[in-house]
Write a protein that binds this ligand. Structure first.
Ligand code: ACO
Length: 402
């Protein structure tokens, strides 16, 4: 590792690194990834152990404060987060200003940005107490905001959070309850939802997290920074992978068409790829996908796939690809997005909710990285350089002479 900033200060060292593939922008103690070995650690703890033994809110505490909480610390943390889940009534009114068929992700970007206006008593980043309140507000209110965005997009009344429900149960309730019946999800579904949140909680300096850090480097308020992160996540190359995987399953339609799509994926003259297979970072296996597959199996066992052709295609496609030497030789396994898409579809979520749910999960990662950055005395305003490739200096020509 070369500290270019020191070399730059000494002379004229300059690097060109599109996509920042070999440039670290910060030091961090939150998440470690070894893609070759299939390792993902949060504060040193393997993601498999956290997904197995922990809850999402416990992982939130770990990411935010660096250590697993004691029982008393966890109880207080859960209590504090739960008691911030309500939105100010004016935020519900604000939501009603959107077009009735607005995509949930568009509503979320707007609502989180608007938190700077509704909760401006926690926007002073120089005040540690305000920083803490802002962190709690974002983690607690994000599921409520996502559920409000969903309900609004389908024209149903908003459902308020309930303080006696855990984080994942509350979210599922707020999405699927109707005024006539207070829907209570099966604990297996709540657990699967909690795992989806846990497995997406942080992934070090990905595009949206880097966006949050860059926005924050100017001293912008926390809600504006997280809104910037959500906007970045919205892009199909980042948050849209499970949606793309599900849409491909819909396109395949029936299991008998799977061989045709497998053949297309192997054909080097066809740009088609099996969505939800392979990973840029994890070259052996994605440790999150292993846990997510287990959850997907539990959910499908509970709900059955007989009436759902998409889930039948998913099951058959997974088997066909795992048995095919093309995919085995290239280590192209189903990734976390393949399984999360299946689970969310089985639960009844439309694909338009997949990225909002990713945003709910990732909020704690963004907030933890934002807090870490504010505490780092070495951080300065983010200001990448450029390689200027344009015209050299030339004289202005009057418009009638051009
Ligand atoms: N279907 C068919 N072939 C594939 C696939 C796929 N999904 N993914 C990779 N390959 C093949 C490539 O054609 C290449 O074959 P070759 O060696 O014969 O030329 C080989 O596997 C290696 O592929 P690369 O493109 O070098 O792998 P890379 O690391 O660049 O790509 C990526 C990773 C982008 C994720 C790729 O696997 C892909 O496009 N997958 C489908 C989209 C997807 O699921 N994306 C979400 C990933 S999860 C996440 O980002 C959170």
């Amino acid at each position: 590792v070369i500290d270019i900033s020191k070399l730059y200060a000494q002379g004229d060292v300059f690097t060109y690194d599109p996509g920042f593939t070999s440039t670290a922008s910060c030091e961090s103690t939150i998440t470690y990834i070894d893609g070759e070995e299939g390792v993902l650690l949060h504060r040193g703890y393997p993601i498999q152990q956290l997904a197995e033994k922990s809850s999402y809110l416990e992982v939130c505490y770990l990411l935010l404060y660096g250590d697993l909480p004691t029982a008393a610390e966890l109880e207080k943390f859960v209590h504090d987060v739960t008691h911030h889940t309500m939105l100010h009534e004016q935020m519900y009114n604000f939501t009603r200003g959107f077009r009735r068929d607005a995509p949930p992700m568009a509503i979320m970007v707007g609502m989180v940005g608007a938190m700077s206006a509704f909760y401006h008593d926690s926007t002073d980043i120089t005040d540690p107490w305000q920083r803490e309140v802002a962190a709690f507000r974002m983690i607690a209110k994000m599921p409520t905001i996502a559920a409000v965005a969903y309900k609004y997009s389908i024209g149903q009344p908003f459902v308020y959070p309930r303080n006696d429900c855990d984080y994942a149960t509350n979210f599922l309730r707020m999405c699927f309850s109707l005024p006539a019946e207070d829907y209570m999800p099966n604990p297996i579904l709540s657990r699967a939802m909690d795992r989806i949140f846990t497995l997406h909680a942080d992934h070090e300096q990905n595009a949206s997290t880097s966006t949050v850090r860059l926005a924050s480097s100017s001293g912008a308020n926390p809600f504006a920074c997280i809104a910037a992160g959500i906007a970045c996540l919205w892009g199909p190359a980042h948050g849209g992978a499970n949606k793309a995987a599900l849409e491909m399953l819909e396109e395949i339609g029936t299991p008998d068409r799977i061989p045709e799509y497998i053949a297309r994926a192997k054909d080097k003259d066809d740009p088609f790829r099996l969505m939800g297979f392979g990973h840029r970072v994890y070259k052996n296996f994605d440790p999150r996908a292993v846990v997510m597959k287990q959850s997907a199996d539990e959910v499908l066992d509970l709900l059955g796939i007989e009436d759902n052709p998409i889930l039948q295609v998913a099951k058959e496609l997974e088997k066909a690809a795992l048995d095919d030497p093309y995919f085995a030789d290239r280590k192209l396994f189903p990734n976390v997005d393949f399984y999360s898409g299946i689970i969310l579809n089985a639960m009844g979520f439309p694909t338009s909710m997949f990225t909002p749910i990713f945003a709910v999960s990732r909020t704690v990662g963004w907030v933890s990285q934002w807090k870490e950055m504010l505490m780092d005395p070495k951080q300065k305003i983010g200001r990448p350089r450029q390689l200027y490739m344009g015209a050299t200096e030339r004289d202005y020509v009057e418009v009638e002479d051009r």
